[in-house]
Structure formats: C-alpha cells, structure tokens
Design a protein around this ligand. Structure first.
Ligand code: E4P
Length: 212
C-alpha cells in the first residue's frame, strides 16, 4: 500500500520523504491556504516545489466547478510536472472533466467520494484514483472503512485499474484498516504516518538498552 502525505507543508513532506517511505502527496485548497499560499502563480510554484521534492504522484486540486474552468485549470496544473495528478470533484461537470482529461492523457484523482456508486462512475470516466473520504463519513456516524471495502471489492470484481485512495484518514488505525481492506493508497497528515513507527514496548526496550 502506498503512503501519500496529505499536506502542502514542505517541511512535513520532507520529514517523511527522508525516511524513504513516501509515495506521493495530496493537497486541497484548504491545505494550500493553511500554508498561506495564495494567487495562481504562488500556487503553481508551490506545486512545482512539491513535485521536485517527491517523485511520486502529486494531486493538485482544481477550484472551478464548471467543465470549462476545470479543463483550463487541469491542463495548466498538468503542465507543471509529469507527476501531477489533477484532482477533480465528484459532480456532474467533474465527471465530464475526468473523461475529457483522461482522453487528453492527463491523470486524475476524483475527490469527494462518499459512495461506491460515485467511485464506479469515476472509474468509468477513467480516473486514475478515487478518493473516498473515510474520516468525514465517520464524523457523521457512518462507517468509512465499510466504503473502502465495498469499493475495493467492486473494482476487483471487474479488474478495474482505478486505484482506491483512502482519504480523510485521521489516525493510525485508519491506515491499518485501509491496508486490511486492500486500499491501494492511503493519504493522511505526515504526523499520522510517523505515529506508525512508535510502540511503547519498542521505546521501553530501547531505554533499557540505553541504560545498560
Ligand atoms: C485528500 O485528498 C483530501 O482532500 C483530504 O484527505 C481530506 O481530509 P479532511 O477530511 O481531513 O479534510
């Protein structure tokens, strides 16, 4: 299972990347705003910096909600680097844009997936990735992991190549459960990836060694 960092913070990306366990990055407009990145040129330059740092796929999200706007933005983002994947929302114009961008050879990540039907539609439109939002489903007392399992099962029934990218992942258990369900990718804040490293028994043993 691939690990993507769900952040636009260059230091945080670099910290996980230096461990040699980072396969890509996902961002969204809120994460860019959190880093204070505003304006088209600054946003493009920031994506370029991430693409230079990490060789895996970097999802860059369109802001437009109409087909023409998404196409214009998607083409512009795709020109930044070969490892850019254009992130498109699961709305009707988004599905049209997924099909058109795919026809132009541009790879895509369909975001805001909350049902297996939406995932199936995105896959049919040629999406490279679908991003079901696990944490946000849990937030409304649903079961995000059930959705991951359902999508993985459906895609496997038909040998669908679209990769299942578990998004809105909030804690280490979400990562482990995503792996158990067979998700291709998990994206989460770098701190959550780093949490996987720690175990109290490891630290205890390490402290004993240090004392002897
Ligand atoms: C990533 O592609 C998504 O935008 C992100 O995982 C959403 O996470 P959130 O639900 O914590 O905002």
């Amino acid at each position: 299972m691939k690990f993507f960092a769900d952040t636009a913070n260059l230091d945080a990306i670099s910290e996980v990347n230096q461990l040699g366990i980072l396969d890509g990055v996902t961002t969204n407009p809120s994460l860019m705003a959190k880093e204070g990145i505003k304006g088209e040129e600054n946003i493009i330059n920031h994506y370029a910096a991430i693409c230079k740092m990490v060789s895996g796929d970097i999802s860059a999200e369109v802001i437009s909600t109409d087909f023409e706007g998404m196409m214009k933005e998607g083409r512009r983002l795709a020109r930044i680097a070969d490892n850019i994947v254009v992130k498109v929302p699961m709305i009707k114009d988004g599905v049209k844009a997924l099909s058109a961008l795919t026809a132009e050879g541009i790879r895509t990540n369909c975001t805001l997936i909350f049902s297996s039907g939406q995932a199936l539609v995105a896959a049919k439109a040629g999406a490279t990735y679908v991003s079901p939002f696990v944490g946000r489903i849990d937030d409304i007392a649903g079961n995000g992991m059930e959705l991951i399992a359902q999508i993985v099962h459906i895609f496997s029934n038909f040998s669908i190549k679209t990769q299942v990218l578990a998004a809105s992942v909030r804690h280490p258990l979400h990562i482990i459960q995503s792996a158990e369900m067979g998700a291709d990718v998990v994206t989460c804040p770098p701190s959550v990836i780093l949490q996987l490293i720690n175990h109290p028994l490891t630290i205890y043993r390490y402290l004993l060694n240090a004392q002897s």
